[in-house]
Design a protein around this ligand. Structure first.
Ligand code: NAP
Length: 282
């Protein structure tokens, strides 16, 4: 299964008062009622692809903070994934790090199998893994095209197919696309093409899984401050900030909070949607 995993921590049992030791006149304590706002994803299991860094890391942390047990997928950054899991466990959450290359045909299956073994099933799938390439179409070679489509499209398709087969009823699927599918920029054609494919697969799947109360939505981030931001964009950051009504570029948390909304019960009536989160730039 995983190259490493961290022991699970369960929350402390609720202490109950011993009724025999209470004076007869004492009012009965209120019945223990779980506050649904305190841990909205308690009892849920989430698979987050590409969760060792960037947006995926923020999503894993947020879903765990909301009470979900999380599979933290990593590919090459073992220590970064270990830190994500340790941070979740240290704050009373549950998480396991699992190595898988989403460009491999077996990658998504590794993640689902790990979730089922560690936590008994999957309720939430966040398809965050995606790689980019910035180059004029005239300069994109076939290997780059193939790798982008293998990770971004085939990897997402295989994860969606597993979710269609094995996600528990009432589950949630959230894909991460890009605002580049809505705005016209040069040098990102193949990348935007892969994400457009993800958006279309998600729309159709939302119709297929609706009868099982599984929602399928996609978030389209604008620029987000992660290692994934291209050097090209970093060099022109001031121009992007100036063009953004909210006056900055995104933080990974900005996206994680939207994913958490879509993953929770509050978004039960939202499916088949593509939500742009770009500070108004797109
Ligand atoms: N940053 C932005 O401005 C922006 C904007 C719009 C959309 N997005 C999308 O948001 C998603 C996350 O981007 P990011 O900026 O957060 O990326 P990032 O900071 O560059 O992080 C990359 C993450 O992807 C993982 N990863 C890379 N290749 C992988 C593979 N083949 N299999 C599994 N995991 C793999 C890395 O794992 P290891 O480090 O363990 O290898 C790492 O956790 C992507 O789908 C991207 O297209 C990003």
């Amino acid at each position: 299964m995983s190259d490493f995993s961290v022991a699970l921590m369960s929350s402390a049992p609720i202490e109950s008062a011993d009724s025999a030791s209470r004076p007869p006149t004492a009012p009965a304590p209120p019945a223990a009622v779980r506050d649904p706002y305190a841990s909205p994803l308690a009892g849920k299991v989430a698979v987050v692809t590409a969760a060792s860094r960037g947006i995926g890391r923020a999503v894993a942390r947020r879903l765990a903070a909301d009470g979900a047990a999380v599979i933290v997928n990593w590919h090459t950054s073992a220590s970064a994934a270990r830190e994500v899991v340790a941070g979740i466990v240290d704050t009373g959450g549950r998480a396991v790090a699992v190595r898988a290359d989403l460009g491999d045909r077996g990658g998504p299956e590794t993640l689902f199998a790990a979730a089922e073994e560690a936590f008994g099933g999957v309720d939430i799938l966040v398809n965050n893994a995606g790689i980019g390439a910035v180059a004029p179409t005239a300069d994109v070679d076939e290997d780059t095209f193939d790798r982008l489509f293998a990770v971004n499209v085939r990897g997402t398709f295989l994860a969606l197919r597993l979710a269609a087969r094995r996600l528990r009823d009432g589950g949630r699927i959230v894909n991460i696309s890009t605002g580049y599918t809505r705005a016209t920029f040069p040098n990102v054609g193949v990348y935007a093409g892969t994400k457009a494919a993800v958006e279309q697969m998600a729309r159709s799947l939302s119709r297929e899984l609706g009868p099982r109360r599984i929602t399928v939505n996609t978030v389209l981030p604008g620029l987000v401050d992660t290692d994934g931001l291209s050097a090209d964009v970093r060099a022109n950051l001031d121009a992007f900030v100036a063009a953004t009504p909210l006056g900055r570029i995104g933080e990974a948390r900005d996206i994680a909070d939207i994913v958490a909304f879509l993953a929770g019960d509050d978004a039960r009536w939202v499916t088949g949607q593509a939500i742009v989160a770009a500070g108004g730039l797109v």
